[in-house]
Ligand binder design. Structure first.
Ligand SMILES: CC(C)(COP(=O)(O)OP(=O)(O)OC[C@H]1O[C@@H](n2cnc3c(N)ncnc32)[C@H](O)[C@@H]1OP(=O)(O)O)[C@@H](O)C(=O)NCCC(=O)NCCS
Length: 173
């Protein structure tokens, strides 16, 4: 039976973590940093939350909220970073990705510790996120400085005015 589950990073079952990581290695290998090639654990983030649809140990769909530690002008940016949005191929087009993104978005909009949610995606996927009130930022508002980093569009939900006029990021999530 496919269930909706939510885990903190600490509580995320190892079987599910491995499936998240395997999907990332296969599907997003372009932006995979060389130093992470032998990575067997997700990047450390005590505040990360995982929104999952799973059938027992079998991962169907996933999205995570990470909390990047970013300060600009002496002010901490209260950004919820969304990443790892995935549905395993056999289960696509059945509403699982939407269910996971709806819960992820709700979490961001109701957690007072965040001003804004942010994600990076290919332009073709923006209609998927627009269904959950995410909007594309104008080009140049967020600049990714990582060499070889993804040339994705940046989408936000919540209060994008909380961001600096131009946000330069050395890495993204
Ligand atoms: C994007 C993704 C997570 C959607 O998962 P899913 O479980 O198939 O999503 P749903 O079944 O809830 O689809 C909802 C709607 O979004 C649309 N949609 C799904 N994937 C889409 C995509 N890549 N681009 C545009 N629209 C998409 C579907 O057509 C569907 O529309 P419908 O309800 O009118 O049929 C899944 O296709 C996936 O894992 N893709 C590969 C990884 C990826 O690109 N992740 C996003 C990284 S930013």
């Amino acid at each position: 039976m496919i269930e909706d589950l939510t885990f903190t990073r600490r509580d995320l079952p190892r079987e599910l973590e491995i499936q998240v990581l395997a999907f990332m290695r296969i599907v997003w290998s372009d932006g995979w940093p060389a130093e992470d090639r032998s990575r067997t654990r997700l990047w450390e983030d005590d505040r990360a939350v995982h929104f999952v649809r799973a059938d027992g140990n079998l991962l169907v769909s996933h999205a995570q909220v990470v909390v990047p530690q970013l300060e600009r002008g002496g002010r901490r940016l209260r950004i919820a970073g969304v990443g790892g949005v995935m549905t395993y191929p056999h289960f696509r087009g059945q509403g699982h990705g939407s269910a996971v993104m709806r819960r992820t978005t709700e979490h961001i909009l109701t957690d007072p510790s965040f001003d804004v949610g942010m994600l990076f995606c290919e332009p073709e996927v923006t209609p998927f996120y627009e269904r959950f009130r995410w909007a594309t930022l104008p080009a140049g508002r967020v600049i990714q400085l990582a060499p070889g980093g993804p040339e994705d569009v940046v989408m936000t939900v919540g209060d994008a005015t909380a961001l600096p006029d131009v946000l330069r990021l050395e890495w993204s999530w």
